[in-house]
Write a protein of this length. Structure first.
Lengths: 324, 421
């Protein structure tokens, strides 16, 4: 029997079965996004706190929309407008939220491990929406769902991740997740962003220094955003990055035919990715966004709704939508 | 008068290791022999216990003046006494910094009033530990400092280090350095390696320490001054010390109990695993143990660094560095080094007594006429550390609830039992 999830703090500690379960549960929610009336009553009366201590647009909107489509209310904390700026500690801030009795909390924070700190202290499910340079588990789940849908499986695929791996929580979560399914993972980027210790994250991870070698035989490519604030630490000119690592149509041809191109966003066209690739037929960028909603709905349904793990995927049909 | 009966008297300085009685009188040791009779003396039955020279801790933070929320001289020395220490050297990074004689005198007076463990202050090397001008080192020496250091950070530049060492060699004071290259340290929060990569925490390369240790050893060669490297955590720094000793330089070093016990792989999102220097790799930890065993390392020092809960109960990268250490030091030494067969009991006692004394240019021995500072401990006693029961004002220990074999049973300063189980 599957172990019930209490929180989603990271991918590292999940089993392959737990991950497959979440991906399977997301399937009906993918269908649901196509329905004209996108509201369920599943979580009616429940409240999800969205505590974003770091700027985020797409992840925040995705979680807020996922909660709304399940019928839940949301409480929004934005670091900019919060007492964090006045010097309140993270624990005091989330305890204040807890006192308003939400049924779960989604947290985004610039410190690695911040969700773990609060999960130890709060009596409710905690979902990590990105912590520092550690993990971004829902991103990895939606990436896996996107790849699995298009390729029909994950096992045995070759995945290449391009860019600043060292500082990427998306890369870590993807490495943890896909390696559990036997995906062969190749990391490529400027060497100071691809330290050799990354190979210790999982068994089937290797580093390749030339992008041409890294793309060979790739079935899917995750292009990471170049965090321009990091270009200066240590210095590398954007022109150097483009020359060495930009995913161009010519380079994409080196990958397997039909190789998927994923990007967690926000995407900087002309820096890490050529616009022709971003908009090309192999790009999955917009599918990723839609799948993010499905994954987050499945997770909130499971964690906040308290659905038993043995239960089949969501039984609610769109026509059950409340009329209010 | 106090008569310690039937203890295993263990004195590394004279290689004594036999069951004897120790009579203490008027603050001094008056007699060590079998079957001592002193009808007027209070008797402490030490059967099954080890009677050792008083333990010295070369490195702690008592936080007074200025950070009394975390610790005071009174609470810190009570914690030290509970750990078996009879004397502790407190680092100068208080608020204000102990960089002049009036602060030093204040610390000495507060320590005398606490009537507990002896407190030997360490003065700042530079004014405000800012790395610019030399502090009033001679005046502080008259007031009672036993060494100088800008602990918490390295002595800022090679040039200043040369001046400090030159000056301290004429004063015959050891210079203690916290070895770190700030540009490599660069805001890191744990040792750089597979674990820092996995946790997404900013790493500090081991070379941050060894580069600075190399610089210091070079300057010790230049000045012939006494250099002591604090809380050493890397193979590279250890090798510099080993070579310096071979070359006849007056270079010494210490290792903390947490650095010979824990490694970077133990780090989790718990700020009680955040200290500076950070927990080392397994290979470095094993090298440190080898250095403790073979004599390259001179002392075990706690780096007792209390921080109140409000400052430690935060995100990992926002927490201050440091953990408490007085009450677990001896137990960790016994459990990790002696009971595992890695070193003899005598060598462990040496690392707490004659070793640190030698760093300070003092003697430490059990002999008639010596100061009656004595540590009594039970090497085989099983117990569990409960941080909630600590006399310290802070609770930041990664060893809470850890079972141990070996504990202090009595701490005697100037012939008076200041703490007993």
């Amino acid at each position: 029997m599957l172990q019930r999830l209490e929180h989603l703090l990271g991918i590292e500690d999940l089993t392959r079965e737990q991950i497959s379960f979440i991906l399977d549960q997301a399937a009906p929610f993918q269908e649901f996004q196509k329905h004209p009336l996108k509201k369920l009553a599943t979580l009616r009366g429940k409240t999800v706190a969205l505590a974003f201590f770091e700027n985020s647009t797409r992840t925040r909107i995705s979680f807020a929309t996922a909660a709304a489509r399940l019928g839940a209310d949301t409480m929004n904390l934005q670091a900019e407008a919060s007492s964090v700026k006045k010097g309140e500690s993270l624990l005091d801030t989330v305890r204040t939220l807890e006192a308003m009795r939400p049924d779960g909390i989604v947290i985004r924070h610039s410190s690695s491990g911040a969700p773990h700190l609060i999960a130890d202290r709060l009596g409710m499910p905690v979902v990590n929406a990105g912590d520092g340079t550690h993990e971004h588990p829902t991103q990895a789940l939606l990436d896996a769902l996107t790849i699995r849908d298009r390729k029909g499986k994950l096992e045995g695929l070759n995945l290449t991740i391009l860019g600043d791996i060292l500082h990427s929580r998306v890369a870590r979560s993807n490495i943890f997740l896909l390696s559990k399914f036997g995906v062969n993972i190749t990391l490529c980027g400027p060497s100071m962003w691809v330290p050799r210790e990354l190979e210790s994250l999982a068994l089937n991870v290797r580093r390749v220094s030339r992008i041409e070698d890294a793309l060979k035989n790739a079935d899917a490519i995750i292009v990471l955003r170049v965090q321009t604030e990091r270009l200066h630490e240590p210095g590398i000119a954007p022109e150097e990055y483009i020359l060495g690592y930009q995913l161009t149509p010519a380079r994409l041809k080196l990958a397997n035919p039909g190789a998927l191109v994923l990007h967690p966003g926000p995407m900087i066209r002309g820096l890490e990715i050529d616009p022709a690739v971003a908009d090309g037929p192999q790009s999955c960028v917009l599918d990723q966004v839609t799948n993010g909603l499905a994954i987050r709905m499945a997770l909130l349904y499971h964690l906040v709704g308290g659905a038993a793990v043995e239960a089949p995927p969501a039984k609610e049909k769109p026509k059950d939508s409340p009329k209010d | 008068m106090l008569l310690i009966k039937n203890g295993r008297v263990l004195d590394p300085s004279s290689k004594t290791d036999s069951v004897q009685d120790v009579l203490l009188s008027e603050g001094r040791i008056s007699k060590i022999a079998a079957g001592v009779s002193a009808p007027d003396a209070e008797v402490f039955d030490a059967t099954g216990m080890v009677v050792a020279p008083g333990f010295i801790d070369l490195h702690c933070h008592l936080r007074e003046p200025g950070q009394e929320m975390s610790e005071t001289i009174e609470t810190g020395t009570r914690s030290a006494a509970k750990g078996g220490f009879t004397a502790v050297c407190c680092m100068p990074n208080t608020q204000p910094v102990n960089d002049n004689a009036s602060i030093t005198r204040g610390i000495v007076e507060r320590a005398a009033a606490a009537k507990s463990v002896r407190v030997w202050p360490i003065g700042a090397a530079s004014v405000g530990s800012k790395g610019e001008a030399l502090a009033e080192i001679a005046a502080m020496k008259d007031a009672g400092i036993v060494a100088v250091s800008d602990d918490g950070k390295p002595v800022a530049t090679a040039r200043l280090m040369r001046q400090v060492m030159d000056y301290c060699s004429t004063l015959d004071l050891p210079v203690i350095d916290h070895c770190e290259d700030p540009s490599l340290f660069a805001g890191g929060v744990m040792r750089e390696g597979p674990r820092s990569i996995r946790l997404g925490l900013k790493g500090i390369p081991a070379e941050s320490e060894s580069i600075c240790a190399g610089r210091d050893v070079e300057i010790a060669g230049l000045t012939r001054a006494r250099l002591h490297i604090a809380h050493m955590s890397t193979t590279g720094a250890l090798e510099y010390v080993r070579q310096a000793k071979k070359n006849g330089l007056k270079v010494t070093c210490e290792v903390t109990p947490h650095h010979f016990t824990l490694i970077d792989e133990d780090v989790r999102y718990d700020t009680n695993y955040k200290m500076n220097p950070p927990l080392a790799s397994r290979a470095d930890r094993d090298a440190l143990i080898a250095g403790l065993v073979d004599g390259t390392v001179d002392a075990i020092a706690t780096d007792h660094a209390p921080h109140h809960a409000a400052s430690k109960d935060v995100e990992f990268d926002r927490a201050p560095f440091g953990i408490t250490g007085f009450e677990t030091a001896l137990a960790l030494g016994l459990s990790e080094l002696v009971h595992t067969g890695k070193m003899s009991l005598t060598r462990l006692v040496e690392l707490f007594t004659t070793g640190p004394a030698r760093v300070l240019g003092m003697n430490r021995k059990l002999a008639a006429g010596e100061v009656a500072d004595v540590t009594v401990f039970s090497p085989g006693q099983s117990w569990t550390y409960r941080v909630a029961e600590s006399p310290s004002k802070s609770r930041n220990s990664p060893f809470d609830a850890r079972p141990f074999k070996g504990a202090a049973t009595a701490t005697i300063v100037a012939g008076r039992i200041i703490w007993r189980q």
